[in-house]
Design a protein around this ligand. Structure first.
Ligand code: ATP
Length: 289
C-alpha cells in the first residue's frame, strides 16, 4: 500500500515492486519521497530515454499532479531536459533518440501511433531557455498558434486572445501600444514573457519550462517567477531549473535527478529541509553540482 498525504501525493513505498535495496536498475535504490499522485495529469512509468545506445533517463516513474508546479533539479547532464521533453514528444525530432516505458496524459498514451503530436503540443506547451520569439510583430507572435489551430473565427476574437494572453503573461501594459513592433526589439525579459504569452495563447493544459530564466537578469527573473505563481492557478507547470532558490520559490514539489535516475521527489519544503537521500542532500548543500 502507498501512504497518502492531504494533497493526494503518494509515498513510494511499494509501487512497481520496488524495495529499499539498490539494484542494477536502481543503483541509488527506489525513488525516495512521494512520486505518485491521486490526481495525475501525467503518469510516467519506467521511462527510459536513449540517445543511440546510451540511456540518458533510466526507468523513471513519476506522476505529475493536475495543477501542480513541479521542478526538476540536478547536476548538469543528469537528464532533466531530456525527461521534460518526453512530456510533449519534443525528443521526436532528435535523430537516434528513443523513449521506452508508459507515458500517459489524462490516461491516454502520449506515444501511441495514433497520437496527433500537433494537438499534443497545443495541450502541452513549452517555453525554452533562450527567449525565441519569431521575427514577427508582438501581435503575430501571440496570434500564430491560435491561427494555425483555428481558434478564432473573426479578427475581434483573435484580438481578444492576443490581449488575454499578453495580460496573462503580465506584458499587456508594456506592449499594448506597440503590438505591431517587431518582438526582437524588446528586452530579454519581455521576450521571455512574450514566449509565455505565445504558449498560453492556445489554452494549453500544461506548460513545460526549460530553464526559463537562465538568460534573464534578476529583475526579469523575479517577474517570470511571479508569473509562474499566477499561471499555476490555471495550468500544470513543469520547470527545469539550475537554481535551487527558484525551485524553492515557485514549486509545490521538487524532483532531484542524478545520472538519469530519479533519486528523490517530494514536497519542495521537504526536499530542501530534510532530504531523504544522501545524494539529494549533497546536491542541495552544494557539495557537488
Ligand atoms: N541530442 C543529444 N544527442 C546525444 N546525447 C544527448 C543529446 N541531448 C542530451 N544528450 C545527453 O543526454 C544526457 C542528459 O542531457 P540533458 O540535456 O537532458 O541533461 P540536463 O540535466 O538537462 O543538463 P543541463 O542541466 O546541462 O541542461 C547528457 O549526457 C547529454 O550529453
Amino acid at each position: 500500500m502507498n501512504t497518502m498525504n492531504a494533497t493526494g501525493i503518494n509515498a513510494a513505498t511499494t509501487e512497481g515492486g520496488q524495495t529499499a535495496d539498490a539494484t542494477e536498475d536502481r543503483p541509488y535504490g527506489p525513488t525516495r519521497g512521494q512520486p505518485f499522485a491521486d490526481e495525475a495529469k501525467f503518469k510516467l512509468r519506467d521511462v527510459s530515454v536513449y540517445y543511440g545506445d546510451t540511456a540518458a533517463i533510466k526507468k523513471v516513474s513519476l506522476d505529475v499532479a493536475r495543477n501542480e508546479v513541479i521542478s526538476f533539479i540536478g547536476p548538469s547532464g543528469c537528464g532533466k531536459s531530456t525527461f521534460l521533453r518526453t512530456l510533449n514528444r519534443m525528443n521526436d525530432s532528435i535523430d537516434g533518440c528513443r523513449v521506452e516505458g508508459q507515458l500517459t496524459l489524462d490516461g491516454d498514451d502520449i506515444y501511441s501511433d495514433s497520437r496527433d503530436v500537433v494537438e499534443l503540443r497545443a495541450r502541452v506547451g513549452m517555453v525554452f531557455q533562450k527567449p525565441n520569439p519569431f521575427p514577427k510583430s508582438i501581435y503575430d507572435n501571440v496570434a500564430y498558434g491560435p491561427r494555425i489551430h483555428g481558434l478564432a473565427n473573426r479578427k475581434s476574437e483573435l484580438d481578444d486572445i492576443v490581449e488575454r494572453s499578453l495580460r496573462g503573461a503580465g506584458l499587456w501594459e508594456e506592449v499594448k501600444d506597440r503590438l505591431d513592433s517587431p518582438a526582437t526589439g524588446f528586452s530579454g525579459g519581455q521576450q521571455q514573457r512574450l514566449c509565455i504569452a505565445r504558449a498560453i495563447a492556445v489554452s494549453p493544459e500544461v506548460v513545460l519550462m526549460d530553464e526559463p530564466c537562465s538568460a534573464l537578469d534578476p529583475i526579469a527573473t523575479a517577474k517570470v517567477e511571479e508569473l509562474i505563481s499566477e499561471l499555476s492557478e490555471s495550468y500544470t507547470i513543469v520547470i527545469v531549473t539550475h537554481s535551487m532558490q527558484q525551485a524553492a520559490r515557485v514549486s509545490d514539489r521538487t524532483a532531484y535527478f542524478h545520472l538519469g535516475h530519479l533519486v528523490e521527489v517530494d514536497e519542495t519544503n521537504q526536499v530542501f529541509t530534510s532530504p531523504q537521500h544522501e545524494l539529494t542532500e549533497s546536491y542541495i548543500t552544494g557539495r557537488f553540482g
